[in-house]
Write a protein that binds this ligand. Structure first.
Ligand code: DSN
Length: 424
């Protein structure tokens, strides 16, 4: 009986693998790892612990992970020009928690992007910030809903005197006004935290804003959306050593014990891919997102932010109210093997969150399979056939994906003969 359960799990994994290589994957928070990363995952490191820092562990037997981890830490410092990097958080939210626990005290005021403004749940009262203070205030938005209103934000800062402003979003179309709010933040000694989870790979490629250069105090991120990594988190900063000690303790033992060495190995390989191919990749991602915005618009969809050429990131947002709303559209597309998620749009009331008007589309994963702007036009057309013309397009979607099965911007071709050490 129990053996049957294992066979069932095996089947689910097999079916998932087969299914998702045939689907058009447009979830903005996901990406695929290369075959090289995959080959190096599932090694002996999956069994091991290594609390602490390389060379100063609480466990024996960590020689090899020490080497991998300290090189990775240095690579992150070099790529993002920071003095410190902590690669131990096992997720973006885990990285955020290490930072919030270090710098937010009960009663402090924190300003964040609202949920309809695209803000991430971990920045909110119901998420990680809410564990440390109840005083969470939304940053004001401009009328278009896509940008922070600088004048109103300055006024609100003068009145509220927050201890921290958290930039970064889940619906993340345009850069944040770090530079514009830097002076007032210095004046009131406000820490600028920039959650770069969605745009880390674009930043690594030099194609999105550089929050440190613009005045951020600390950058947190997950490592697997536009960055090429396995699913983990990272914290970066050039703050002084004594303040960094707090973050260090926030990461361990504050918000994690073991830091999942197997995915750390994968991230180390993915970071080499990002160093080599990040510029070319991020350029293509942004080109593709803009192309998809234009194509969706010409297929008859209400794509947001047309006046700003739709996006400067890997995402676009579409109002599908007249097609039945975000939930219905996302479900119908899923039935046709096009996978994306419903999303609340700027200006929508929070009560819409479970049935919003919008869908969010991310092109980073399909770009990594080698798709270019022509393929974005094809995707927009398939979405139109499905949603506006009511056609069944699954077969066409599966055929289309047959030409895009590999993972580009990787060493896969060069290292195809490298045997997986896991088969030894
Ligand atoms: N909620 C995820 C997203 O889709 O943006 C990030 O954690």
């Amino acid at each position: 009986m129990l053996e049957k359960h294992v066979r069932n799990i095996y089947d689910y994994v097999k079916w998932q693998n087969e299914w998702r290589t045939k689907t058009i994957n447009l979830i903005a928070s996901e990406n695929v790892i290369s075959n090289t990363v995959r080959k190096l995952c599932g090694s002996d490191f999956i069994h091991r612990y290594a609390e602490g820092h390389p060379g100063e562990r609480y466990y024996q037997g960590t020689e090899y992970i020490d080497k991998i981890e300290s090189d990775l830490r240095n690579d992150f410092k070099t790529i993002f020009r920071s003095t410190h990097a902590d690669v131990r958080p096992i997720s973006g939210t885990n990285a955020n928690e290490a930072v919030f626990s270090s710098f937010i005290k009960q009663g402090d005021i924190v300003m964040v992007n609202s949920t309809p403004g695209g803000g991430h749940i971990s920045h909110h009262l119901a998420g990680s910030v809410g564990k440390f203070t109840k005083n969470v205030i939304d940053l004001p938005l401009t009328e278009d809903g896509f940008h922070i209103d600088i004048g109103s934000a300055r006024d609100l800062i003068r009145i509220c005197k927050p201890c921290m402003i958290i930039f970064g979003r889940s619906l993340f179309l345009f850069p944040e006004p770090v530079r514009e709010l830097k002076n007032i933040c210095s004046e009131y000694r406000i820490r600028i935290v920039y959650d770069a989870a969605h745009v880390l790979g674009l930043m690594a490629g030099g194609k999105f804003q550089d929050p440190f250069e613009e005045g951020a105090f600390i950058v947190t991120a997950s490592t697997h959306k536009t960055f090429f990594g396995t699913q983990r988190g990272v914290i970066l900063s050039s703050m002084g050593n004594s303040e960094w000690q707090k973050v260090d303790k926030g990461a361990f033992p504050g918000s994690s014990s073991n830091h999942h060495l197997d995915t750390l190995v994968g991230l180390a390989v993915a970071t080499q891919e990002m160093i080599s191919f990040g510029k070319e990749y991020s350029e293509q991602v942004i080109k593709n997102a803009k192309a998809l915005g234009r194509a969706m618009k010409s297929e008859g969809f209400r794509v947001l932010a047309e006046e700003f050429d739709f996006t400067e990131s890997h995402q676009i947002a579409v109002n599908v109210h007249e097609h039945g709303g975000g939930r219905m559209v996302a479900n119908l597309l899923k039935e046709n093997d096009i996978i994306l998620n419903m999303n609340i749009l700027p200006g929508e009331p929070l009560r819409n969150v479970t049935n919003p008007d919008g869908i969010r589309i991310g092109v980073q994963e399909m770009t990594r399979t080698g798709m270019k702007t022509e393929e974005m036009e094809r995707i927009a057309h398939l979405i139109k056939e499905c949603i506006i013309q009511g056609k069944e397009v699954r077969g066409e979607v599966n055929r289309f994906r047959e030409d895009f099965t590999g993972v580009r911007y990787s060493f896969d071709e060069m290292l195809k003969d490298l045997p997986s050490p896991n088969n030894l």
